[in-house]
Design a binder for this molecule. Structure first.
Ligand code: ADP
Length: 321
């Protein structure tokens, strides 16, 4: 059965398909001759993975889950996830967690300055690493024995790892206000796994799409948009990263990446909000490399303000949902 759509109607099914998870799957006249009829009538397609229910229970103490997605790598998705988590955590009343399921290139430990940490396992699950009192993180990077160890997860192992990450992390006592999930770039199997496991969790607030202004990045975001539409994922908005560069010496603005009104068009066509335009800022790159907190080191920088504004918008969106 290839390319299931949001209503569980495979692309190779007849027009009147009742949906693979419907009680009528495989049973109605429209199913006659459909290549999926045998599997549908066996009842297999209506079986709910028990892990989905367990994940829902495990994450029931999380108020808002936000996925950070990008069409392609290198556009700043992890940076946005980290900076957003740090910006939200400026409010000591909030408990924030970051989950790095970019399992083939986990870079959150480094960006948070905790790459030598390891997670501990107890009866209640894996304990995340605490960056500050109200900000914790879990990453496959913490499970690697050496920092250079390549992570080559294949098909079912990837899915298993993602399931384990969603199920087995013990986020601690009490409620988490925001769980920010950094996903791998593109519309890979990992995306499908994450969305399939989370789509029944009531606290899944939606996703943020990260792109640079370049057409080459926008092209991949369009594919990502088609993925989020197919999976019925709510889009909180788009973040344009590396939008302009303002010289720290002469204060002149330069457009490093070619820009037309592609992002505006994308937002208009799909009725998405452009949440933020984040400049190219050497402070960001340095903080991510050194694992430092931009809000501590450069609290008055314009980029810190842009991120605090983004955090406010995200909170408003999640609370109005
Ligand atoms: P992705 O997760 O999309 O692969 P990363 O977040 O790892 O991308 O970012 C790629 C590189 O770009 C990193 O070295 C990061 O520090 C840098 N970077 C991201 N956003 C900015 C920015 N706004 N200004 C300067 N450097 C940035």
């Amino acid at each position: 059965m290839d390319n299931q759509t949001e209503n569980d109607v495979p692309s190779d099914a007849p027009h009147a398909c009742p949906g693979t998870s419907s009680a009528d799957a495989g049973q109605v006249s429209a199913c006659a001759g459909c290549p999926n009829q045998a599997i549908c009538s066996s009842g297999e397609t209506r079986r709910v993975d028990p892990a989905i229910v367990e994940i829902g229970q495990r994450l029931s103490s999380v108020k808002h889950i936000i996925l950070v997605l990008s069409g392609k790598g290198g556009v700043g998705k992890t940076t946005v996830a980290v900076m957003l988590a740090r910006a939200l955590a400026r409010n000591p009343q909030l408990r924030i967690a970051l989950l790095d399921i970019d399992i083939c290139g986990p870079s959150i430990p480094r960006a948070l300055g905790v790459e030598n940490e390891q997670v501990h396992s107890s009866g209640s699950g894996w304990s995340p690493v605490y960056i500050t009192e109200n900000l914790s993180a879990m990453s496959v990077g913490f499970l690697l024995t050496s920092l250079e160890q390549a992570v080559i997860w294949k098909g079912p192992r990837k899915d298993h790892m993602i399931k384990q990450f969603l199920l087995d992390v013990d986020w601690g006592e009490g409620e988490l206000d925001y769980l920010i999930v950094d996903t791998p770039p593109g519309t890979s199997d990992e995306h499908l796994s994450v969305v399939n496991y989370l789509k029944h969790v009531s606290s899944l607030s939606g996703c943020i799409l990260v792109t640079t202004p370049q057409e080459i990045s926008l092209q991949d975001v369009r594919k990502e948009i088609s993925f989020v539409k197919q999976t019925n994922l709510n889009v909180l908005g788009i973040v344009e990263n590396m939008s302009i560069f303002k010289c720290g010496k002469c204060h002149k603005e330069s457009q490093i990446f070619p820009k037309n009104n592609g992002i505006q068009l994308l937002c208009e066509t799909n009725h998405y909000d452009l949440l933020s335009s984040i400049p190219i800022d050497p402070f960001i790159a340095k903080c991510c490399d050194d694992g430092e907190d931009l809000f501590e080191i450069y609290p008055d920088s314009s980029t810190a303000k842009v991120y605090l504004d983004l955090a406010e918008k995200i909170q408003a969106k999640c609370q109005s949902k």
